[in-house]
Design a protein around this ligand. Structure first.
Ligand SMILES: *Cc1c(COP(=O)(O)O)cnc(C)c1O
Length: 424
């Protein structure tokens, strides 16, 4: 006798509490207090006798990733925008974008009036496919963006080789991969620049936030100007209550500044990142083996990965479930068993309900542009299959006790056992 599914009113597999996300520490509160009492709430506020939190976060995150330069920014989207513009990408340029990602990977490209060229992914990682990349490059390609998706890292060895051979800037979108390492180096260091998001759901967060890392001093200087309306921080500290931003106007920028509150939170959150990542990794290893023995396929990562970070725990469901259009129902049933949001993967970008270039007048740039950005012109069979067959569990699940991994596996088993019932 099969047990009644929780979604049909049966008893849930797990009724306990999952860890919350985000989590703050004593230092998070202490740092916010320090901002409040210092009377400088932005780098564009007057100097108050010490380096801004924004500069301090830039320094500690640069050290953490092993890069010489880190420019904080207001969001991951702003970081991508700045990185593209710092690479002198702009109107009507083609930019390679992997076919599965959060909408911002494509909308940020469109945001600078460039053309996101949606490109297919590898079947087991969901990350940019090197073969598809080579096919997608044209004489108008001005940048390649790579996304490390979910718990996977993209195949940087091959992707970097292609970008180098053609002298095309490569930007790594690491919004989902804080702390991940490839060939023993932190992600974001393999191309021209690496971008991060510190939005609420990410592995390092201040609610909203972002950063760009680079080894290139000239690029870092352009990034600094792009994020602060064409100003950059002066080298020598100014006098008390004077402006620390100087109007060099080397390049016109926008206001993508990270506030002092956000930066102060990030300094504290970074202190506990590695500990959280280690816990997620060891729980993911336990869950991987439980799920594999039940016939599920946890997301693979590219050869060369030395440390994964689990933004989402992605699982491919068996073909039988996919064929009965059962993935969405499986995710909903699993969520009910675990009392945890379990979601289907993002739609492939050519089918994403959020990716709508024609819904905003600013992108009405003529027929040639409209034809080039039309999502319906893309065929992304692997991306579509990946999106249709995978579900994603939130990373806070992996911060639970190791025992809880047994509950997760039991919920997968229970739902899989009742799949006929579920899809009837
Ligand atoms: C979250 C995310 C972004 C956008 O970051 P925001 O801070 O929300 O602007 C971009 N790319 C990927 C892959 C993301 O996951």
């Amino acid at each position: 006798m099969l047990k009644k599914l929780a979604i049909h009113g049966g008893a849930a597999v797990f009724n306990g509490n999952w860890p919350n996300w985000p989590q703050s520490t004593e230092n998070t509160r202490r740092n916010i207090d320090a901002v409040l009492s210092n009377h400088r709430w932005s780098i564009s506020g007057q100097y108050r006798g010490q380096a801004s939190w924004e500069e301090r976060f830039g320094q500690v995150f640069a050290a953490y990733t092993g890069t010489p330069f880190c420019i904080p920014s207001s969001t991951g989207t702003a970081s991508l925008t700045m990185a593209l513009e710092a690479c002198e990408v702009g109107a009507h340029d083609e930019v390679i974008v992997p076919g599965v990602s959060w909408v911002a990977s494509a909308s940020a490209v469109l945001g600078i009036n460039a053309i996101p060229v949606l490109t297919d992914v590898e079947p087991h990682t969901g990350c940019l496919d090197p073969v598809a990349l080579e096919r997608a490059i044209t004489p108008r390609t001005r940048a390649i963006t790579v996304v490390h998706l979910g718990s996977a890292l993209a195949n940087m060895n091959r992707l970097v080789a292609i970008a180098r051979a053609r002298s095309i800037p490569l930007i790594e979108d690491c919004a989902q991969a804080h702390g991940a390492r490839y060939a023993d180096r932190h992600v974001g260091r393999f191309g021209t620049a690496g971008t991060f998001s510190m939005q609420h759901s990410k592995l390092l967060t201040s609610g909203e936030g972002g950063a760009v890392i680079t080894d290139d001093a000239a690029l870092a200087r352009r990034l600094a100007h792009l994020r602060a309306d064409g100003r950059t921080l002066c080298v020598q500290p100014p006098g008390m209550d004077e402006m620390a931003l100087v109007e060099t106007a080397e390049i016109m920028g926008s206001n993508y500044c990270l506030s002092e509150f956000h930066a102060a939170i990030l300094v504290a959150q970074l202190e506990v990142l590695d500990e959280q990542l280690a816990l997620r990794r060891s729980n993911a290893a336990v869950l991987d083996s439980l799920l594999i023995s039940l016939g599920f396929s946890p997301q693979a990562t590219a050869p060369g990965t030395t440390a994964r970070s689990y933004y989402t725990y992605v699982v491919r469901l068996p073909q039988s479930v996919v064929e009965t259009q059962g993935v969405e129902r499986f995710a909903a049933a699993l969520a009910a068993e675990l009392r945890l949001p379990c979601k289907t993967m993002y739609s492939a970008l050519n089918q994403s309900p959020l990716y709508k270039p024609f819904s905003r007048k600013r992108f009405a740039l003529g027929k040639a542009f409209a034809d080039a950005v039309d999502p319906s012109r893309y065929q992304l069979p692997i991306a579509q299959a990946f999106s249709r067959s995978c579900i994603a569990l939130p990373h806070r699940m992996l911060l639970a006790d190791t025992d809880a991994m047994g509950h997760v596996a039991a919920a997968f088993e229970k739902v899989a056992g009742a799949i006929d019932d579920l899809c009837a």
